[in-house]
Ligand binder design. Structure first.
Ligand SMILES: Cc1ncc(COP(=O)(O)O)c(C=O)c1O
Length: 481
């Protein structure tokens, strides 16, 4: 064949040179994050540049493409790597993990199965996660895109393991007694998505009321299970929260584990961020019972500060985990030797093709050691207390919920305004804080009160950053009616 082509460069020195520059630029950027706005609006002409370009028919010079990135893309991020970003629950990443991602992209391993290093590194990372979170060595696990996929994976195994019949073969259409499951009304909406996708139906999810600490009301839970059983339904799972997204509340996981044991239910814990607080000996008693979970969902891209995406699910019973995701045979049959031997990670999750997420986790854990992560998590919990204290000290601010972990919800109050007006005022304050570029809190509504919400999973934040936030909120609030 003549004129065979490739996507590799003809001139490797050109790509090497720009690559070195990209690394320098990126580290300069990360080193100077503090000087940049936490977020800034995207001007219309930039939006236009970003989304109205024609499909390139011919190749373009890589220098031009890179300049476009520097001018239009990098200046308009979400902001979650900034020291004063505390929106939703998001992670910051680290400089070394930038390099880890580059190495992983360079290898471009499809980390699905077989005799390849990416599989062994993922198994090592899963073993480390089990050790970090008090799970037995015999448990299994898999890295997934995030907490949502981790919840879906855990609940899929729960559904299959607890059905009275072969649900994988027959489907939910063959169910005799409707399967129902329980969690607090504060449970994250990714659980609802999972329940809907698993064909269980949203109405099968019993949202149990919470107490004044936003933790599941155990008596109400017991009553709901008893009623469902009396009605001929089949309770099969309880979902415990280790850190709810609204306020950071943790259910009484020990009691939930006991109920699951007594009632023969699957115990799933959504610990998207809160599970990681288990690393702290001071905080661990609050999470007692989590280590009894049948499945535990958590994220490494939140409170382990890893770059996106990095979620994980651990499953106590490896066999049940495997059975859910391993329809056998055909072109994916195992071989006794060669590349297609070894462990097939794709048989523990939905994805067949998978990126090599484990590398950044493996490199970061080795770079810093688990004790440093533990200190940073404790630092964030302390910072939440510090921020809550600033709120409580001010006559113009009020906390909307207790602060048991790393989430602080508060609002500005004015004597002459009712709740509806205060909601409007605080919404306006929040948007102005974002637009000022000073900081990014997010928001939530608690008992009808709209408030600013800081979820602190940021290793770059310092106490003075919270002073600045409060100063700005008060200043904006003063000038608004
Ligand atoms: C408690 C909880 N569960 C699940 C999720 C979903 O995680 P992810 O965004 O990684 O899919 C979140 C996200 O914030 C969460 O806070």
């Amino acid at each position: 064949m003549k004129n065979e082509e490739t996507l590799d460069p003809q001139d490797w020195s050109e790509i090497r040179q720009i690559g070195h520059r990209m690394i320098d630029d990126m580290f300069n950027h990360l080193e100077n994050l503090r000087k940049q706005p936490a977020w800034q609006p995207i001007p219309d002409e930039v939006k236009n540049q970003l989304q109205n370009q024609p499909l390139p028919s011919e190749g373009q010079n890589i220098e031009i493409i890179y300049q476009d990135f520097l001018q239009n893309i990098r200046p308009h991020p979400r902001g979650n790597i900034h020291p004063r970003y505390w929106g939703w629950v998001e992670g910051t990443g680290t400089p070394f993990s930038v390099l880890a991602e580059m190495l992983s992209a360079g290898m471009n391993s499809n980390a699905n199965f077989g005799e390849q290093s990416s599989v062994y590194i993922e198994l090592q990372v899963i073993d480390w996660c089990k050790e970090m979170l008090g799970f037995p060595k015999a448990a299994s696990g898999i890295l997934v895109s995030g907490g949502s996929m981790a919840n879906l994976t855990g609940l899929a195994v729960a559904r299959n393991a607890k059905a009275d019949f072969d649900i994988q073969e027959k489907g939910l259409q063959s169910v005799e007694s409707k399967m129902v499951l329980y969690g607090s009304s504060e449970t994250h909406n990714s659980v609802q998505k999972a329940i809907e996708l698993l064909g269980l139906g949203n109405e099968s999810f019993r949202r149990i009321p919470v107490d004044e600490n936003f933790e599941i009301n155990i008596e109400e839970l017991r009553k709901a299970i008893a009623k469902d059983k009396a009605d001929g339904l089949k309770p099969f799972c309880i979902i415990g929260n280790a850190g709810t997204v609204n306020t950071g509340a943790t259910d009484d996981l020990e009691q939930l584990a006991d109920i699951c044991k007594a009632e023969n239910l699957w115990f799933h814990v959504d610990g998207a961020f809160g599970a990681l607080a288990y690393l702290s000996e001071n905080f661990r008693p609050k999470l007692k019972g989590m280590e009894c979970a049948d499945s535990l969902a958590f994220d490494l891209h939140k409170w382990m500060y890893m770059p996106y995406e990095a979620g994980c699910v651990l499953i106590r019973d490896k066999e049940k985990h495997h059975r859910t995701f391993s329809p056998s045979g055909g072109y994916l049959a195992h071989l006794p030797r060669g590349l297609a031997s070894g462990t097939w990670l794709s048989e523990y999750g939905l994805q067949l093709s998978r990126s090599f997420k484990a590398l950044k986790i493996w490199m970061s854990l080795r770079e810093h050691g688990i004790e440093k992560y533990c200190r940073l998590i404790e630092q964030n919990i302390e910072q939440a207390k510090y921020l809550a204290n600033l709120v409580e000290k001010s006559n113009n601010l009020e906390l909307l919920a207790p602060v048991p972990m790393n989430i602080v919800c508060f609002r500005l109050v004015k004597k002459n305004l009712n709740d509806e007006q205060l909601n409007e005022l605080n919404r306006e304050i929040l948007m102005r804080v974002h637009e000022s570029g000073i900081a990014v809190p997010s928001y939530t509504t608690i008992k009808g009160k709209f408030g600013l919400r800081c979820a602190i999973t940021n290793h770059r934040s310092r106490s003075e950053d919270f002073d600045l936030l409060i100063e700005k909120v008060l200043e904006i609030g003063k000038n608004l009616d």
